[in-house]
Design a protein around this ligand. Sequence first.
Ligand code: SAM
Ligand code: SF4
Length: 329
Amino acid sequence: MLIDTHGRIATDLRVSLTDRCNLRCTYCMPEEGLRWLPKPELLTDDEIVRLVSIAVSELGITEVRFTGGEPLLRPGLVSIVERCAALAPRPDLSLTTNGIGLARTTEALRTAGLDRVNVSLDTLRPEVFRTLTRRDRHHDVVSGLTAARDAGLVPVKVNSVLMRGINDDEAPHLLDWALEHDYELRFIEQMPLDAQHGWQRGHMVTAAEILEKLRARYALTPEVSSLRGSAPAERWLVDGGPARVGVIASVTRPFCRDCDRTRLTADGQVRDCLFAREESDLRTALRSGASDQDIAERWRAAMWGKKAGSGLDDPSFLQPRRPMSAIGG
Ligand code: SAM
Ligand code: SF4
């Protein structure tokens, strides 16, 4: 098991498949992109599958989510999914993506064994999408979403980040649209993980504000079964249900006490938290012939020291060295 000194057990593994991306969301990376990880530093497909295999067979991981950067840019994605789906015990497999190219690959991903998908979409207005992501690809994301739903990768979840003065007026429209198309919408509070270090606490749109905007149109009741547990999203039934909406309030209502995550970066570093400033190198061990047991032991040691909280509320909080796109959101 991956247990820490606070008694939390990590069962959910986030695997970043690349730090590259074809969008430039303003809350994530600068217009010119970032200095991408050099190819030799990236884990190979075989190395990723081996680490996931160790995680499920030795360390109690039951859920694996592939992310990035943009995971659809990873050429071996379908085969990685297929090989992970063949592991015993078989983990639950999901993908977080910006949706570009999803319409083309969704069927192959489903056949390979992908169970679910989360697609990020912050706006229903193509021109706002262009401002927010600096690319004119709104249509591709919407078709990716439709394809995922039609292929049965359900529930299709939509992640939205609201930015003040840009798309914060869209909360109820996004919910109308999600209900109409049978997507489960979750708002994510903007976090201090952008490469440009432009995040300002006083400027971010808070969960309380989002809920207030939604309540102007819908009756929201906390989901009864939702003793939130380790789920990051607090969920509400919309107009009595069964439709739901979620808010991931990592900044104003952190869920660190119940966190069940462990993370693997595309270059083979274990992180115990999005906001951690330290990492543990598994790639070097992998490449110097370490046994599965040895690697599992390093992974356990990496998680054991996980801090109680993200430290966001501490005045001495420092952003991690890596931005979100290189950690794997
Ligand atoms: N490229 C994929 C995507 O956008 O879904 C996967 C990686 S992205 C880093 C994962 C999620 O993190 C997305 O839903 C994105 O909106 C969110 N994200 C990125 N930067 C963020 C930030 N500074 N605060 C909150 N969420 C952020
Ligand atoms: Fe790319 Fe996702 Fe970051 Fe947007 S949030 S720039 S899609 S990695």
